[in-house]
Design a protein around this ligand. Structure first.
Ligand code: ATP
Length: 289
């Protein structure tokens, strides 16, 4: 196989709790992860330039493409399996960059899976997840995909059934929020309200969209919303226009809203398009099991 085209899906967090800061500097989290049908294209092509891994992106990601997580994924497997074939990895970005949707981690996970397939490395999902966590805490989840509870730094995963069908608006405001800023400012001991992750998992298992939506909650909003009030403005517009609920995903600033009604979702899309609140906007659905 000389060419492989794959989809790297973005995720949203239906619930996100920061439990504690660990002695190693990482934070223990408890989250519900859900993949959505917003994806980057990952196209891997063999070239005749031996020992060369090229990454080409359609949008600016990084000054140095060797820092691209897709490059790092290919390099890790090429080094381990002594592969010298030249390849080009073309990435068409649709997932907001630095948006809290694990776009880089998903490109990384999809590249690991693509190289495994292209070079017939016979690694299992678990094998890829073990390698992926070295490159990023969300990478194992992106290998597993779909719906899952994530604990530890994000690498301890428990699959869940797909939540009931609904419409999801994803809106990225025109601001950048660094993940380091959010972790640097969150005080796990001082968090007064937390999501009921177990209750949400139960609601998902019971197929109860309304209970699930009522429990959407992300403690990282305590840090980001005071700094970037535009996040609250988008949430308000979604909720006033029929969203069952709306929260920020991951460390932000992307906001999503859940709808049980397509007309209401389409109407909100129109209003958001007309506003100056967003720079990237999608009406999408969950990726199902
Ligand atoms: P997370 O939700 O995992 O915290 P995020 O969605 O906030 O991630 P990403 O888009 O994954 O953010 O990227 C964060 C940073 O990672 C970017 O600012 C960029 O410097 C770097 N990066 C490396 N590779 C990629 C890639 N393929 N796509 C996007 N960003 C990448």
């Amino acid at each position: 196989m000389d060419k492989l085209a794959l989809k790297a899906y973005g995720k949203i967090n239906l619930g996100l709790d920061v439990l504690r800061k660990r002695p190693d500097g990482y934070h223990d989290l408890k989250m519900i992860m859900q993949m959505v049908d917003v994806y980057d294209d990952i196209i891997i092509t063999k070239t005749d330039r031996k020992n060369e891994i090229i990454v080409a992106t359609d949008k600016f990601v990084l000054e140095n493409e060797k820092g691209n997580l897709a490059y790092m994924a290919a390099k890790l497997l090429f080094d381990e399996f002594d592969i010298h074939q030249g390849i080009e990895i073309k990435i068409n970005k649709r997932i907001p960059i630095a948006g809290g949707m694990a776009g880089g981690s998903s490109d990384c996970a999809t590249t690991l899976m693509g190289i495994n397939e292209m070079f017939d490395l016979k690694l299992s999902k678990e094998d890829l997840m073990k390698r992926g966590v070295k490159l990023g805490a969300d990478v194992p989840y992106c290998v597993l995909g779909k719906t899952a509870i994530a604990e530890g730094i994000g690498e301890i995963l428990t699959p869940l059934p797909t939540p009931p069908s609904c419409y999801v608006i994803i809106a990225k405001p025109p601001v950048s929020v660094s993940t380091a800023f959010v972790y640097g400012n969150i005080r796990p001991d001082e968090i007064t309200k937390r999501p009921d992750i177990d209750g949400m998992a139960e609601a998902i298992k019971n197929g109860d969209l309304y209970k699930m939506s009522s429990l959407l909650y992300n403690v990282m909003e305590d840090v980001t919303v005071p700094e970037y009030p535009i996040i609250a403005d988008i949430k308000k517009m979604m909720i006033e226009n029929g969203a069952l609920n709306s929260i920020m995903s991951g460390s932000g600033p992307t906001v999503f809203g859940i709808y049980d009604n397509l007309e209401k979702a389409e109407n909100t899309m129109k209003l958001l398009k007309k506003s100056n609140l967003t720079e990237q906007l999608y009406l999408t659905k969950f990726i199902e099991n």
